[in-house]
Design a binder for this molecule. Structure first.
Ligand code: AQP
Length: 334
């Protein structure tokens, strides 16, 4: 059975983008993979987090994942800082990673923006930590949204260079799993910008905790153009906002953009947005309710994370110990 690893930052309430690009697929993949899912708090602090917020958000993210159907008994769910193997392997990978590779990472450019000199060093080396997250488990499949494709490619470059430098075939090749018609959900205010949980505008995203009225309002206000939905894919060219809403609808109706256009082509956006709202409320309300149920019992969330971390460490510790031995570290553990 293939081993999967994927992570999500507890940097806010998960969005519809996180759900369609990652969380929903994580749940589905449990049927035929060995899955390790991680709330990546080490990644979250690459951008400032108030300590009390980080703790709360770590529990909230875990509750959302459980509500999306992650099974913490059959698989593993934990928070990254609780398993030291991630940071140990990351340090080795910082030494393997070339600066030129990091300079090409578009997510760093997006997140650093014009304030490049002032962002943390950790934000810059984030992709090397992500490589360590995956490779500490010898995972071979990584379900992510489209925005993470470049980081998975970099993880393969790091694995290959490590293997080459130390003359071994130790780290495996990783395949990104980028699934569905909404692998890159865009902001509701700007169809050229990714929907993100840390976007300053709450109107730019649907949060998994939003109630029916909030979802309806955000979709009603979502930016569109004055034209009706086109009849074919060609008619979507140069219309990023239309493409985005249609992609979201497609993801929830198990079809693709063309399938939605077959049924809704020619419709005005007023009507289409109403149908989209009904769909979103129907699919997201049970997740919000289940998340709330978990959050009412924080001790049970902490127990899931503790158990997951202990089981994750059993898998990662020997792999990282072997990487340390290959590098030439004299181990105090013998
Ligand atoms: N807009 C998106 N569409 C599809 N997939 C997305 N993902 C994130 N945004 C979208 C996927 O969600 C998983 C977890 O992402 P993350 O939280 O670890 O980091 P991120 O990509 O930086 O997500 P955000 O929401 O943009 O967080 P902030 O605002 O804190 O930086 C990944 O698989 C990602 O592809």
């Amino acid at each position: 059975m293939q081993r999967i690893f994927s992570g999500i930052q507890p940097s806010g309430i998960p969005t519809l983008g996180n759900y369609l690009g990652a969380m929903r697929n994580w749940a589905a993949l449990q049927a035929d993979h060995e899955c390790i899912y991680c709330v990546v708090d080490l990644h979250a602090i690459t951008q400032w987090q108030q300590p009390a917020d980080l703790m709360r958000q770590t529990r909230e993210m875990t509750a959302s994942l459980l509500a999306c159907g992650i099974d913490p008994k059959a698989h593993i769910l934990f928070n990254q800082s609780a398993v030291s193997a991630h940071a140990r392997l990351a340090w080795i990978f910082f030494s393997v990673t070339r600066l030129g590779w990091l300079n090409r990472m578009t997510q760093f450019k997006d997140k650093a923006g014009k304030d490049r000199e002032n962002v943390s060093a950790a934000l810059y080396v984030y992709p090397s930590l992500m490589a360590a997250d995956i490779l500490a488990y010898h995972a071979t499949r990584v379900p992510v949204g489209e925005d993470q494709r470049q980081h998975v490619e970099l993880a393969n470059d790091i694995a290959q260079k490590f293997n080459h430098d130390y003359g071994v075939e130790f780290f495996p090749h990783i395949e990104p799993l980028i699934l569905g018609p909404a692998a890159r959900v865009m902001s509701l205010r700007d169809g050229t910008k990714k929907m993100a949980k840390s976007d300053p505008s709450d109107q730019s995203r649907i949060n998994l905790s939003d109630d029916a009225d909030t979802i309806a309002l955000k979709i009603r206000r979502a930016k569109t153009d004055p034209e009706p939905l086109p009849d074919d894919m060609q008619g979507l060219e140069g219309r990023p906002e239309a493409r985005n809403l249609i992609g979201i609808y497609a993801a929830f109706t198990d079809t693709d953009h063309a399938g939605v256009l077959r049924d809704h082509g020619g419709e005005g956006f007023g009507k289409f947005k109403e149908a989209l709202t009904v769909l979103l409320v129907e699919k997201l309300a049970p997740i919000a309710a289940e998340t709330k149920r978990w959050l009412d019992d924080p001790a049970s969330i902490d127990a899931v994370l503790r158990d997951g971390a202990a089981r994750a460490a059993v898998l990662a510790d020997p792999i990282v110990a072997e990487a340390e031995r290959l590098v030439g570290f004299l181990s105090a553990r013998g």
